[in-house]
Design a protein around this ligand. Structure first.
Ligand code: ASP
Ligand code: MG
Length: 804
């Protein structure tokens, strides 16, 4: 025989009910002997409890009761007069008295299961399937602990077997779950969710071959799929493993449910009523797979901490604590005590928190007075994440992942029995914490969530590069790079599951206005982890967002130079904040685009190498301009025009020619060497003749010829065998002073020198150090352009991920 159990949601009107009837019909058609155990339908138990509570306040419940009756009958002519009349009498009586007890409550709630079982047997009979309503109070006998009664096993088993011995063959018993009776015949219940237990008892007593528990979920998951979208179904669990899970809050697996099955090794299958063909999760006798099977979550707890110097070495303090709590009827969950005995922390249900505090304050009144106990503190709204199967030896991985994602545990507990670690955290962090841990343990690929700010050429190129490289990175490095948002200065597209190419292509239609706060709000709301913000804007103000981004868990990658070149106090503050939040900030493209310059300088500097000078051509644009001009007879304006037309310059070429950009790059390098220079200290030779510096872009562009005479003169004056180059130069007595001399100037260099040899729009950097002496390390190559810059940014992203 198979026992089929259906939960409340499965039995709700419409789809659920249809599915249940068809599952039963199929089994009957196959000739499979079955018995069915049902919960109350839909939310009946909660509704009955709510009506009872309301009635006890003296309020009429006519309206909700009439809705309840209508829902339960659902237009069918089933005779519910007895049940409805009991309920009516109870509600009337309770509202008159203004009170009720657990016994009355059990009698009230029990009607939910009775209505349900009667209803299902009625519908089956209507469809020509012989079925009979069975009231489990006829054979389940319990003690009189109303609300959560204890089964008297031997008597119940005997009565159940006797009852079913004479049960007509071919008729399907539809048995009420949840309810029983005490020896006086008064109605009791087995506790909330007790129908599962009723069903396993029946399976045990009738020696069923399998219990099929039809729910509204697909089975048991590695974590609650409502919290963790990546959760995976567990196909098979041993009874022992299921028991562990049950102890940590997996509600369909309540410990009581497993025991009667375990005793007779009856397999339990968790199935989804709405997808009855799926295999679900099978719990049966067998070897445990071992390792971590699932992560479970408990919420609604409070952490109580009792602290004090005077507790050290005192005997009996713990006994007093737990005595006081026991007397106040407060149950204690996780307990943690440091070996120094200076304090003890433990969890109680949130609702008991104040009561527990009062009980302890009373118990330790004199100790507080003597300063032996400093205080009894309460942290309400904490939750527990339990990693079932976690070996303490490998706990560093999930733990580090939590810390990286700014979840700070209040306490950590490993159970002395079994391999489990529980982490007590703030309730608001629960969803993020389960996701982070789940990602670390169960997901082969690590999700990295990228937020890209800036949709200019570099931004756009970067996004295309990411889309192209994604699959490869997933395959080769098990990293799932997803772009959760793309933003320009006013609008953004956000998708916590990652933006698709189509979504990005339709940016104009899909984008909505946003503020940084709203963006951060969304990130929190979706509990996203492993966050990385990328600044590919050219904005002067976007850096204001860096601190809040870091404070909210983002690492940073930037192609924007502003953050590194505004005042030194900000530079320092940003680094301090990064250190505080354990976040990284990379900006390789700030100087020389994708060339590995900053990384090299950092390595040298941090390894103790004394860098004495850095000199080079920092601007690809100006490199092109002077390389071409020096090698040609054409007037300066002609070459400048060519640079403008080829898109080598900024829209207003004066931004390149004024030298500020080179000055900024020089400053960035100086600060990389821990020098505290400010931008004002960079001596910059402005390449624009003074009278052309003001005025509109158009006007400027119409007067380019005025450059010619000036630059012809410079060229003529330069010594033979030299060429003109616009160089940045960082030097000085670097090991002795806090600042360097920073100069940006147009100079004539020997044609045969490294700087003189540079071609096209290349950049070149010479790094002079003590060990390398006269022969500098030279880094040369394309130092500008969207494609190389985007590659450089991508490189930074991968570097950060590599360190995670
Ligand atoms: N109807 C009861 C409850 O909701 C028992 C059950 O469904 O298992 O708790
Ligand atoms: Mg670079």
């Amino acid at each position: 025989m198979q026992i089929l159990k259906f939960g409340g949601k499965s039995l709700s009107n419409g789809k659920g009910l249809e599915a249940v009837l068809s599952i039963i019909s199929k089994k009957v058609a196959q000739g499979q002997p079955i018995a069915v155990v049902v919960s109350a339908r839909d939310k009946a138990t909660d509704q009955l409890e709510a009506m009872l509570e309301k009635a006890s306040k003296g309020t009429l419940v006519n309206e909700e009761f009439s809705d309840f009756k209508q829902y339960q009958s659902d237009g069918h002519s089933v005779d519910f007069s007895a049940e409805f009349s009991i309920l009516q009498k109870i509600f009337d009586g309770v509202s008159l008295l203004g009170d009720y007890n657990e016994k009355i409550k059990d009698n009230t709630l029990a009607q939910g299961e009775i209505l349900s079982a009667k209803f299902i047997s009625h519908l089956l009979s209507e469809r020509g399937i012989p079925a009979q309503f069975v009231d489990s109070r006829a054979f389940y006998v319990t003690d009189s602990l109303f609300g959560s009664a204890q089964l008297i096993s031997a008597i119940s088993q005997e009565k159940t077997q006797a009852y079913f011995k004479d049960f007509p063959k071919g008729v399907v018993p539809i048995v009420t779950g949840f309810i029983a009776a005490n020896e006086k015949g008064e109605t009791t219940t087995l506790g909330r969710n007790g129908s599962n237990y009723s069903a396993s008892l029946l399976a045990n007593f009738l020696n069923a071959e399998e219990l099929q528990n039809y729910t509204h979920v697909d089975g048991i998951f590695t974590a609650n799929p409502e919290l963790v979208p990546q959760a995976k179904i567990i196909r098979q669990l041993s009874f022992e493993e299921a028991n562990e899970l049950a102890n940590f809050g997996t509600s369909i697996l309540h410990a009581k449910t497993i025991i009667p099955l375990l005793e007779k090794k009856i397999p339990l299958r968790i199935l989804n009523t709405f997808k009855a063909e799926d295999a679900g999760t099978l719990i049966c006798e067998g070897d445990s797979v071992g390792g971590i099977r699932a992560i479970s979550v408990l919420d609604n707890y409070a952490l109580i901490v009792l602290e004090g110097r005077g507790l050290l070495g005192k005997v009996g303090v713990d006994a007093r604590i737990f005595n006081a709590l026991a007397q106040a009827k407060i149950s204690v969950s996780i307990i943690s005590q440091g070996s120094s005995e200076r304090g003890i922390g433990f969890l109680v249900a949130n609702k008991d928190a104040r009561k527990a505090q009062q009980a302890l304050e009373k118990e330790f009144e004199i100790d507080v007075y003597n300063h032996d106990v400093s205080q009894v503190s309460v942290v309400e709204n904490v939750g527990v994440v339990s990693i079932v199967g976690q070996d303490l030896a490998d706990f560093d991985k999930p733990y580090n992942a939590l810390v990286r994602n700014q979840v700070a545990p209040f306490l950590i507990n490993n159970s002395a029995t079994g391999k489990n670690v529980s982490i007590v955290i703030h309730k608001k962090d629960l969803p993020k914490a389960v996701n982070v841990i789940h990602g670390e343990i169960f997901e082969i690929s690590k999700r990295i969530n990228l937020a890209i700010f800036g949709r200019g050429t570099v931004g756009n190129t970067l996004i295309q590069q990411i889309f192209q490289a994604r699959e490869d990175i997933l395959k080769r490095r098990n990293i799932n790079l997803q772009i959760i948002s793309v933003a320009d200065s006013k609008q953004f597209v956000f998708d916590p599951k990652g933006i698709s190419t189509t979504q990005y292509d339709n940016f104009a239609q899909e984008a909505t206005p946003y503020t940084l706060n709203e963006f951060i709000g969304l990130v929190q709301q979706h509990h996203l982890e492993n966050l990385l913000a990328i600044d590919v804007t050219a904005s002067k103000t976007f850096v204001e967002n860096y601190l809040p981004l870091v404070e909210n868990g983002f690492d940073l990658v930037s192609a924007n130079k502003i953050a590194n070149t505004i005042d030194y106090p900000f530079y320092k503050k940003l680094r301090e904040t990064l250190a505080q939040y354990k976040k990284q900030y990379l900006y390789e493209t700030n100087v020389g685009a994708g060339l590995p310059l900053i990384d090299t300088i950092k390595l040298l500097h941090h390894s103790g190498e004394n860098i004495t000078r850095i000199k080079g051509i920092f601007s690809g644009t100006l490199s092109f301009l002077f390389n071409t001009y020096s090698a040609s007879e054409a007037p300066f304006s002609e070459i400048l025009r060519k640079a403008i037309e080829s898109g080598y310059t900024e829209p207003d070429p004066r931004e390149d020619l004024c030298g500020n950009d080179v000055g900024r790059k020089l400053l960035i390098l100086a600060r990389e060497l821990d020098l505290e220079n400010e931008f004002e200290e960079v001596a910059i030779e402005n390449l624009i003749p003074e009278h052309l510096r003001e005025g509109s872009r158009e006007e400027f562009l119409s007067r380019l010829n005025e450059f010619d005479a000036i630059y012809q003169e410079i060229k003529d004056k330069a010594p033979k065998g030299t060429v003109l180059r616009y160089v940045g130069d960082l030097h000085g007595d670097l090991s002795q002073t806090a600042t360097a001399r920073l100069e940006v100037k147009l100079v004539a260099v020997p044609e045969s020198s490294a700087l003189g040899q540079v071609k096209g729009a290349d950049s070149i950097f010479e790094i002079y150090t003590e060990s390398y002496g006269e022969n500098p390390i030279v880094i040369q190559g394309a130092g500008a352009g969207a494609a190389v810059t985007a590659r450089g940014v991508f490189g930074d992203i991968l570097r950060i991920i590599g360190n995670k």
